[in-house]
Design a protein around this ligand. Structure first.
Ligand code: P6P
Length: 338
């Protein structure tokens, strides 16, 4: 038991990758090192967030607007810079693409080791920061294809099935890192006394069905009729609870562990929804599928959607397989089950 607990206490994300791949081959070493770097970025961001209100640069806005036209929070830029700095000296990643950057950031030195690309949303849900509610980071790792000499990063604008790893960090009551390299979904909890993410749960499986539905009902007026019909159905059917934190990672994490469904449908103002495919929906879809769940645009699997541009948005219906199937039935015009 002693040996087991010591092993568990030292099971960090980078060590876990080697265990999962059961290999010390270069590819496994690369992924292990990348996960170690992501853990470092997460620790730096977590530490900064914990000082919100005490030090400058955490709360509030920069006064600028990003490519999405959204006002940029100081924390968005800080977290984006953390990822760049952590990976710049890694020799592992050639490009970083993020919600905060119009174009990918190219690591100037040519990459001697890996030719990987990191796609990430450095701080998702940043509107929650000023009210001390949970926020998250979302990331996906892809293998670079071709030489991208024209720096158009066209090899990035491809379906989510091309992802080789994905995960998120939840800065909540505790800071958790959840990831998958395609063999199960695993969670780690940051132990501040160690300064390490320690393995918490392996092979997380989402329940087949859950009673939680997570959607911003303030958008009801601008949804298509089938989505309105679905929400009216859950309003009149026992067994459902509404939970919406306003930050995707926290809302997703609850669904992953307890089951249910998160919805961000298209609307009048945003026909393709608000959430981004390549660094929000696709990484979470990768995770939920490896946890036995489903993620749909409403008409097809998120991971099969063929994007045409880097910051493309898609609607998102993600969670327990039975819940996603139920919403798809409404979208296909099938009568409500009752
Ligand atoms: P709404 C946060 O701004 C975010 O990008 C996601 O984290 C979250 O799920 C969504 O937008 C919330 O959007 O329109 O409900 O406020």
């Amino acid at each position: 038991a002693q040996e087991h607990s010591l092993n568990r206490d030292c099971m960090t994300p980078s060590r876990h990758v080697l265990q999962e791949l059961n290999s010390f081959a270069p590819h496994a070493q690369d992924l292990s090192a990348i996960m170690g770097r992501i853990a470092l970025a997460a620790k730096l961001i977590s530490r900064h967030l914990s000082r919100a209100g005490i030090i400058e640069g955490v709360l509030g806005f920069t006064g600028e607007r990003n490519v999405q036209g959204e006002s940029v929070k100081k924390m968005d830029l800080y977290a984006n810079d953390v990822f760049i700095q952590v990976f710049k000296q890694s020799g592992l990643v050639c490009r970083l693409a993020s919600e905060e950057m119009d174009e990918p950031y190219y690591i100037p030195e040519n990459c001697p080791i890996g030719r990987y690309t990191l796609l990430f949303d450095p701080i998702d849900g940043s509107s929650n920061i000023d009210t001390n509610l949970n926020v998250g980071s979302i990331f996906a790792i892809r293998q670079q294809e071709g030489d991208d000499l024209d720096r158009r990063a066209r090899d990035l604008v491809q379906p989510g099935r091309k992802q080789i790893a994905a995960g998120y960090v939840l800065y909540g009551a505790s800071t958790m890192l959840v990831y998958s390299i395609g063999s199960g979904v695993h969670s780690f909890t940051l132990d501040p006394s160690l300064g390490e993410f320690i393995l918490a749960q392996e092979n997380i499986q989402v329940p087949a069905w859950g009673g939680v539905y997570s959607v911003n009902e303030g958008n009801f007026w601008q949804w298509d009729e089938p989505i309105r019909e679905y929400v009216r159905y859950v309003h009149r059917t026992p067994g459902y609870s509404a939970r919406y934190g306003g930050a995707l990672v926290g809302d997703f994490h609850r669904i992953l562990l307890q089951g249910g469904i998160f919805l961000y449908p298209g609307s009048v103002e945003k026909p393709h929804g608000k959430l981004r495919l390549l660094y929000e929906n696709a990484p979470l879809a990768f995770l939920i599928e490896h946890a036995g769940g489903r993620a749909s645009t409403g008409t097809r699997a998120i991971l099969d959607h063929e994007p045409t541009e880097l910051h493309e948005r898609t609607p998102l219906f993600i969670g327990s397989p039975d819940n996603v199937a139920q919403v798809e039935a409404f979208l296909q015009g099938k009568p409500a089950p009752d």
